[in-house]
Every structure is written in C-alpha cells, then in structure tokens.
Design a protein. Sequence first.
Length: 97
Amino acid sequence: MLSREQVLHVARLARLELTDEELERMAAELSKVLDHMETIGELDLTAVEPTSHVVALENVLRADEPRPCLPQDVALASAPDAADGGFRVPSPGPAPS
C-alpha cells in the first residue's frame, strides 16, 4: 500500500489539497490501480500488437471538398445585429488589470 507521504507527493504534483480521510481513501485506491498495473505487467503480451484504441476508428466527418458558400443575405438572416454586410459585435471593454 502506498504511504501517506507518497500520496501527498502525488497530490502536490496534481495540485490537489486532500483531507485526512481523502488521503486514506486515495492511498487504497491508488494502491489498487498499481496492483492492477503489476498484474498486467506479468502477462505475456508479445503477440499483442500495440494499439492506441481498442476499437477501429472511422472518420465520421464529411469529405473536405470545396463547395459554394452561403449567400450573404442568408448568412446574416438570423444575426441579432447586422450592419454593412457583416455581423456587429459589442466592442471589448477595457482589458482587466
């Protein structure tokens, strides 16, 4: 099981502030994770190909092909504030100091 100091070190690295109760719980939970990692390390995985995902990924986006853009009047039709053929937006206030 991880020591209190080890858990505190990990918490500091993660910039976490843990209560005494959380420290106890995290020590147990992190120890379980490390035990599982140790079990995986004992397996013979020489025939297993390295993967980045467990299921095949497919691109679900449309092909990136040029096509006509919206006419200006259609693009501006739902704009809350359009002027001079463009979108009007509030000017930024002063920069925070």
